[in-house]
Design a protein around this ligand. Structure first.
Ligand SMILES: NC(=O)c1ccc[n+]([C@@H]2O[C@H](COP(=O)([O-])OP(=O)(O)OC[C@H]3O[C@@H](n4cnc5c(N)ncnc54)[C@H](OP(=O)(O)O)[C@@H]3O)[C@@H](O)[C@H]2O)c1
Length: 301
């Protein structure tokens, strides 16, 4: 029998990729929009789980406005911590497995080497604090939950760095991009494909299975800066016409939220547990740029 999946989120990068790829997997997907399940109302979201009685819940919506979270802390916490906690309790009661997403921003960047799932956390900003609280609430409430931390998510949809860079390059202005924040991009399509490919395992696995608990998913390959990422995007999209990308620093580009200077995630344990190989980010970016170029109307961020 197909896996009955209930997803919170329809418009985000990861949610859109889950919807797009679901037909290629043995799942029956119901995706709830913000109007159907607003995460600022955790108890209503929990009721949705009880009503639908799914085999698997994917919590793909979140408060992701990192800078705004500094001044909207109450709302960010409700959406990123209280709602995931309530949904996790509902999953435990309904016997459903739960996939929840978290962020590299739970780390402070001081390690200087790829972060393991059990490395010490120390978020530097309010968004990271609320996501960390959400991780804990989910894992405490639901023994058959997996929290997947990811980083620098990009796709051909929604607001993201690839689309922003291509829009800026089209404007012809000189570009300077931060060169001292290091990490690894993640394709929303690859992350969604991974979750869907493991749906049956999440549903059949008993409590204590290594599929559950904390995992890291980001594309592989070299660790880069935002500037290096921009250069790769331009090389792919514009070839010889790629603009020069100047370097700037985090200190020269102040933002309300402090960001870690290093947030690459070590994915080796996740790859071993699930028997998968996560491809290099440069391959994934090639695909995203090609998709954007085949649908020019989708390019502006
Ligand atoms: N984007 C990244 O670089 C990044 C990095 C690390 C981790 N993550 C994590 O990965 C997961 C997926 O992120 P993403 O990039 O796919 O997100 P995204 O593209 O920023 O989309 C966020 C989604 O959450 C929805 N949402 C926000 N507030 C809501 C509320 N109160 N009720 C219901 N829905 C609400 C938004 O709906 P509307 O369209 O209605 O606003 C949107 O669909 C999140 O858990 C995020 O924290 C993302």
């Amino acid at each position: 029998m197909s896996v009955r999946v209930l997803m919170f989120g329809t418009t985000g990068q990861v949610a859109r990729e889950v919807i797009r790829q679901a037909t290629g997997h043995d799942v029956v997907l119901t995706a709830l929009s913000r109007a159907e399940a607003d995460l600022s109302d955790p108890e209503t979201c929990a009721r949705r789980v009880a009503e639908h009685r799914p085999d698997l819940v994917i919590l793909a919506a979140a408060y992701t406005a990192v800078d705004l979270a500094e001044t909207e802390g109450v709302m960010a916490r409700r959406v990123n911590a209280e709602a995931p906690g309530a949904i996790a309790r509902a999953c435990a009661s309904a016997g459903a497995a739960l996939v929840h997403f978290s962020t590299d921003f739970v780390f402070d960047g001081s390690k200087g080497a790829p972060y393991l799932a059990d490395d010490a956390t120390n978020p530097l900003n309010a968004y990271g604090e609320t996501k960390l609280e959400g991780e804990r609430k989910v894992l405490d409430a639901c023994p058959r939950a997996v929290v997947i931390r990811t980083s620098w998510v990009v796709s051909a949809h929604g607001k993201n760095f690839v689309k922003t860079m291509l829009r800026l390059a089209a404007g012809g202005q000189p570009l300077k991009v931060v060169d001292d924040q290091l990490g690894r991009p993640t394709s929303a399509a690859d992350l969604a494909g991974f979750v869907l490919s493991q749906a049956r395992r999440f549903v059949d696995a008993p409590c204590g299975d290594p599929a559950f608990g904390m995992h890291h998913f980001a594309n592989g390959g070299d660790i880069t800066s935002w500037r290096g990422f921009a250069q790769a995007i331009f090389a792919q999209a514009l070839g010889d016409r790629a603009p020069e990308v100047g370097a700037t620093t985090t200190a020269d580009w102040p933002s309300p939220a402090v960001r870690p200077l290093y947030s690459a995630l070590d994915t080796s344990a996740t790859e071993a547990v699930f028997g998968v190989r996560i491809r290099p980010w440069r391959e994934a970016v090639t695909e995203i740029v090609a998709e954007l170029q085949s649908q020019p109307e989708a390019t502006p961020a």
